[in-house]
Design a protein around this ligand. Structure first.
Ligand SMILES: Nc1ncnc2c1ncn2[C@@H]1O[C@H](COP(=O)(O)OP(=O)(O)OP(=O)(O)O)[C@@H](O)[C@H]1O
Length: 274
């Protein structure tokens, strides 16, 4: 079939396409193998086999209810109490979906930021140091250094450095979300999971969060759920498109947005949701 027929690839178009990440060229920070999530009898996610490259940003996109948050939350065992998660989640050679894994310890390596900023009703300083102290870091100089470094990494330091003992609840929504990101990076995780971190924010705060994530990817592997396709296109290296509890297409972001291989992805990125 010729490229000019308007029906290019129609006869060979796959129903799903998951790129094969070459592990000799791309370091894989986290991978899932045959992940399935059930809420009671309802199979909300299936066939999720994805590899996430280290120091890259991967976006998870798809319509409401397609399973993006279910997938993301499974990656640091947030679904344990509400769902049955089957399959493997491999991190540094360990299946972190195994019951034997210490979830508390694992979350030091795989941090999570939620949609709504959720700072503690404590000072900015204490928001950052709280979990560190719980993990046994008591040295004041070490704590002060972590506060400064993580606030700088989250691009909030300049705005709050003279007000570290002010209540975090007095910050704007966008500042609170950057504080929550600082709180997560203060634990020095490898992987940062973010569930629509900018959806409740204005465009300027959103842009600051995006800049922050682009800075952070030098040190962290980032996986982000977003409904904002421009955002996915702007910040992510890879994109996974979810539909009805399945990953339909996973590829480099520029390919997903310019030359997707699956018709459903073409329809979604073009705004034809019918
Ligand atoms: N705690 C829960 N209990 C029961 N069913 C759930 C629960 N959380 C999600 N589901 C169901 O699982 C499916 C996938 O939901 P999920 O929240 O993962 O989708 P999503 O793509 O993240 O949607 P959104 O973009 O609206 O957040 C939906 O059918 C949803 O109703």
């Amino acid at each position: 079939m010729s490229e000019n027929s308007g029906l290019v690839f129609d006869d060979v178009m796959p129903e799903r396409y998951i790129m094969n990440m070459d592990e000799s060229k791309h370091e894989v920070a986290l991978s899932t193998n045959d992940l399935k999530v059930y809420y009671g009898d309802n199979l909300a996610l299936q066939d999720a086999d994805l590899k996430f490259e280290r120091f890259k940003i991967t976006s998870l996109i798809g319509a409401s209810g397609s399973g993006k948050s279910t997938f993301l939350r499974s990656l640091n065992r947030m679904n344990d109490d509400v769902a049955t998660v089957k399959g493997n989640i491999m991190y540094r050679g360990i299946d972190i979906n195994s019951k034997a894994v210490d979830v508390y310890e694992m979350r030091k390596h795989i941090g999570m930021v939620f949609q709504r900023p959720n700072p503690f009703a404590k000072s900015i300083y204490e928001n950052i140091t709280f979990a560190l102290k719980q993990h046994g870091i008591k040295n004041k100089a070490v704590l002060a250094e972590r506060v400064e470094t993580s606030l700088k990494q989250a691009a909030l330091w300049d705005e709050v450095k003279d007000d570290l003992y002010k209540s975090a609840l007095e910050l704007s929504g966008g500042q609170q979300q950057r504080l929550v990101i600082a709180r997560a990076v203060a634990m020095q995780p490898d992987i940062l999971l973010l569930d629509e971190p900018a959806s409740a924010l204005d465009p300027i705060s959103t842009s600051k969060i995006e800049d922050t994530l682009l800075e952070l990817k030098d040190k962290y592997t980032i996986i982000i759920v977003t409904h904002n396709m421009q955002q996915a296109a702007r910040i992510s290296d890879y994109t996974a498109f979810f539909h009805l509890g399945q990953v339909i297409e996973y590829d480099q972001t520029r390919k997903i947005f310019t030359r997707p291989k699956v018709q459903r992805t073409i329809d979604y990125v073009n705004g034809n949701f019918g």
